[in-house]
Design a protein around this ligand. Structure first.
Ligand SMILES: Cc1cc2nc3c(=O)[nH]c(=O)nc-3n(C[C@H](O)[C@H](O)[C@H](O)COP(=O)(O)OP(=O)(O)OC[C@H]3O[C@@H](n4cnc5c(N)ncnc54)[C@H](O)[C@@H]3O)c2cc1C
Length: 334
């Protein structure tokens, strides 16, 4: 096993970008430690149990455009880990599903299983530690010192930061001033929209068009999906409903109960006669989707020991974009 204090690279964040980077770096013989504050790897590839069922409450599906990501997805397809859920979603009507030719893939057991499978596949040079919240990062003569909130320190020559960029910048504290002015400016330009995500356990039917989801970009509740019809929640009907960026900003400071009541109001017309909501939960994603992106796949900082930033804010704001960003940043650090 790799000694935690003799590392080549520390990666903060085990979302899909951090996982992609870790696998690449591990495969190139680098000793890598990946730290994540979550209870499991995956970040916004998030799945949870509720009311005897299962729901994806971060990313809902993914698409594939690049040969690099296709390679991984082909492996998942061969292992029956993922499947084509739809080729498009209705924008509102119960009948009219728009097929645009892009398959939307879902993961058996929920999107988080993909993160777990990427982590399980990584080279033995890669160590994953979850439930570790990084709280400060400092620059030393040899590289980087990363401190967690339990008082542990980790030392490495190279550092990769994959949390949403404002969080990565905050971790650097005053060290950010040692980056070039151009890098600092590029990082501060990046912006995200929040997302308020309601989960609702329903006894009875929910009237949603094929394949059990609606995607309505112009409505305050922009996404409604039935996880049972999606195929990941045999035990109970669990609905995932997302506020649009505008709705999520507007209601961000309201109480959980207020937000859930508002989302539930929008869901009501879809409940079949006699159906009722038996349980609900709210997830707040402060940095859900990047709205102003960096124009390159990663940022390699100038003027300090090797330090890269990666994630879905770099070039392409989706699961595939985050994966490709992690790969590119990993290659740059290797
Ligand atoms: C509600 C929602 C719906 C979405 N729907 C879709 C979709 O349908 N299709 C699609 O392609 N994309 C979708 N996305 C976007 C997709 O989920 C992301 O693009 C992708 O998962 C981002 O991966 P990442 O590795 O860049 O970041 P993350 O997954 O956010 O990973 C960053 C990691 O850093 C960790 N971290 C942060 N701070 C610290 C710290 N101080 N110490 C330790 N660890 C830390 C976090 O715990 C997290 O695991 C959606 C996102 C949300 C929120």
């Amino acid at each position: 096993m790799t000694e935690v204090n003799r590392l080549d690279v520390v990666i903060v964040g085990a979302g899909i970008s951090g996982l992609a980077a870790a696998r690449l770096l591990g495969g190139r013989g680098q000793k890598v430690l990946v730290l994540d504050k979550g209870r499991s790897v995956g970040g916004r590839l998030a799945t949870r149990r509720i009311g005897g069922g299962t729901a994806d409450h971060g990313a809902q599906f993914f698409t594939v455009r690049s040969p690099e990501f296709k390679q991984v997805v082909d492996r998942w397809l061969a292992a029956n880990q993922v499947y084509v859920w739809a080729n498009g979603f209705s924008a509102g009507s119960l009948g009219g599903v728009e097929h645009d030719g892009h398959p939307r893939f879902a993961a058996r057991g929920g999107m988080n299983t993909l993160a777990k499978s990427l982590a399980a596949d990584a080279d033995e040079n890669v160590i994953f530690q979850v439930n570790v919240t990084v709280k400060a990062i400092t620059l030393t003569a040899e590289g980087w010192t990363v401190q967690d909130d339990a008082g542990n320190s980790y030392f490495s020559r190279k550092l990769l930061l994959t949390p949403p960029v404002p969080q990565s910048v905050a971790l650097l504290g005053d060290t950010i001033n040692q980056l070039s002015a151009a890098d600092r400016e590029a990082l501060t330009l990046i912006e995200y929209a929040p997302n308020l995500c309601g989960l609702f356990v329903v006894a009875g039917d929910v009237l949603l068009p094929e394949p059990g989801a609606l995607q309505r970009h112009t409505e305050p509740i922009s996404w409604i999906a039935d996880n049972q019809r999606k195929g990941i929640s045999d035990g109970a009907r669990v609905i995932t409903a997302h506020g649009s960026p505008g709705m999520s900003r507007k209601y961000w400071d309201r109480s959980d109960a207020d937000v859930l009541a508002t989302i539930q109001g929008a869901l009501q017309p879809f409940l079949a006669e006699g159906a009722s909501i038996t349980e609900s939960a709210l997830k707040r994603w402060r940095y859900a989707l990047p709205t102003v992106l960096h124009p390159e796949r990663y940022l390699l900082a100038n003027g300090v020991a090797p330090l890269a930033f990666a994630g879905d804010a770099f070039y392409e704001a989706r699961v595939e974009g985050a994966y490709l960003s992690g790969l590119a940043a990993g290659a740059a650090l290797a």
